[in-house]
Write a protein that binds this ligand. Structure first.
Ligand SMILES: N[C@@H](CCC(=O)N[C@@H](CS)C(=O)NCC(=O)O)C(=O)O
Length: 220
């Protein structure tokens, strides 16, 4: 019998958080495999993990013999193999708009603030914590300013980034907002995004995916 879905990740990884939300929304049973990004473990750099993903990045999903990397590719794979409930609208223009919102987070905000980028700023370029926090806050503010404007245009009910049901765009927004809070970024000026997140965070699939309730999270 083929093995079920395994998710290699870490509680605080926002790209892993996206996949946890998608798995939960689709009701797919999954098993967590811990990849501890913290030193001294640095598990993403071990030979064993790099055999799964030479990029040294999480998440990785295995589905039977399939090894999948890149959170959005993973979620689109889940969408195609387990179509219900759909995370992408059917209509092509609407699909493109949802993907654009998701990519605005996953390609234009998140990579600039990823752990390895912050580590490089600190270790190789010699920046201190204040400079790194300023870097982080700058890219959150820049990305969220555009996203807030898009949300005002595209949300159908003030509870979803696009339309009136949960989409891939929401799956990407929530972990990015979590990161913004974690790095003490000012999100007061993004009321539409905050209202959307308040609604989504209370949904069971999102609540069960939250970093703080994962088995590898430190006890509160
Ligand atoms: N584009 C990738 C990004 C993956 C990524 O950046 N993962 C982070 C955690 S959120 C990571 O593994 N960082 C390890 C490191 O920076 O050393 C995706 O969406 O899966």
């Amino acid at each position: 019998m083929a093995e079920g879905v395994k998710l290699y990740g870490y509680f605080r990884s926002s790209a892993t958080y996206r996949v946890r939300i998608a798995l939960n929304l689709k009701g797919i049973p999954w098993q967590a495999e811990l990849v501890d990004l913290r030193p001294p473990a640095n598990a993403q750099h071990t030979a064993g993990f790099r055999a799964l993903n030479p990029e040294g990045l999480i998440p990785v999903v295995t589905d039977g013999a399939h090894i999948l990397t890149q959170s959005l590719a993973i979620i689109e794979y889940l969408e195609e193999t387990r179509p219900e409930p759909a995370l992408l609208p059917r209509e092509p223009y609407a699909r493109a708009e949802v993907r654009a919102l998701a990519l605005a987070v996953a390609c234009d905000i998140h990579p600039l603030n990823n752990l390895r980028v912050l580590n490089y700023l600190r270790s190789a370029l010699g920046h201190d914590d204040a400079a790194i926090d300023a870097w982080y806050a700058h890219w959150i503010a820049s990305g969220f300013t555009a996203l807030e404007q898009r949300a005002r245009q595209l949300s159908g009910d003030g509870h979803h980034l696009f339309g009136t049901s949960v989409t891939l765009a929401d799956v990407c927004l929530i972990p990015q907002m979590y990161n913004a809070h974690r790095f003490h970024c000012d999100v007061e000026t993004f009321p539409t995004l905050r209202a959307i997140c308040a609604h989504l965070e209370a949904l069971p699939a999102f609540a069960r995916a939250a970093p703080g309730v994962q088995p590898d999270a430190p006890a509160a």
